[in-house]
Design a binder for this molecule. Structure first.
Ligand SMILES: Nc1nc2c(c(=O)[nH]1)N[C@H]1C(S)=C(S)[C@@H](COP(=O)(O)O)O[C@H]1N2
Ligand SMILES: [Mo]
Length: 220
């Protein structure tokens, strides 16, 4: 795809040569807000996170419960499938992996549907949720996550396109199969790895890939 020259001024610089920036992405100093629909109003006191589905111990956490767990701060680049990348975003939160370990996924669990307040959903492989830099983030650049950014709490999945980083996260449902989320049902890629430019799903979702993920799950 060729970009008109004027887009460089709007988006920053194309970093095709920079090994840090995935192919087809443009670095922007801005940090656009991308929400489909309204920003749901979720008070900290009312927020709950459920970890449910194929787990031995379903969890329901409050915001306080989340803050009481070990906290992680990290800085990661953020890649939207609409081609902007914002570098060096600093988040703080709890490792999704820690909560999943607490909930103890059943052996047959291979995938998750993540549901948000407001109705947004996105699907992930369990192995992607178990990465050590996947967070339930409540802090952005040292401040409480603003409502339009998904506050009180959003998911952060920095190694996949940002549509996987569900804002206003409410529920993580573990499944023994892949159930597609909102954008994935509309034709976006079932996984969304920016380094492979997995933007749109071409052809059927590969069932063998999901079984492979099941066989190679950490801890098996
Ligand atoms: N609940 C919810 N989460 C969402 C979205 C959304 O519309 N609703 N948009 C996704 C998309 S496409 C992107 S690029 C990022 C944007 O996050 P930001 O608004 O903090 O930049 O949130 C993702 N998470
Ligand atoms: Mo996006």
């Amino acid at each position: 795809m060729t970009w008109p020259a004027f887009s460089l001024g709007v988006w920053g610089y194309p970093e095709r040569m920079d090994p840090r920036v995935p192919p087809g992405q443009f670095v922007t100093e801005r940090f656009p807000i991308l929400t489909y629909g309204e920003t749901p109003k979720v008070a900290k006191e009312a927020w709950r996170l459920e970890v449910t589905g194929l787990v031995e111990t379903p969890l329901v956490l409050t915001y306080e419960d989340l803050l009481a767990r070990p906290q992680v701060e990290l800085t990661r680049d953020f890649h939207c499938v609409t081609r902007w990348s914002r570098l060096d975003v600093t988040w703080k939160g709890v490792r999704t992996r820690d909560l999943l370990e607490e909930a103890r996924p059943r052996p047959e669990a291979v995938a998750a549907l993540v549901e948000s307040y407001g109705g947004y959903t996105t699907n992930l492989l369990l192995e992607d949720l178990l990465r050590e830099d996947v967070l339930l983030a409540h802090t952005l650049f040292g401040k409480p996550l603003p409502p339009e950014r998904g506050g009180p709490v959003r998911l952060l999945v920095p190694h996949l396109y940002a549509w996987k980083s569900a804002k206003w996260v409410r529920r993580i449902v573990l499944l023994d199969h892949l159930e597609l989320g909102f954008w994935e049902r509309l034709g976006y890629h079932w996984r969304g790895d920016p380094w492979k430019e997995e933007r749109f799903q071409e052809g059927p979702v590969p069932a063998h890939r999901i079984r492979f993920a099941a066989r190679n799950k950490p801890g098996r």
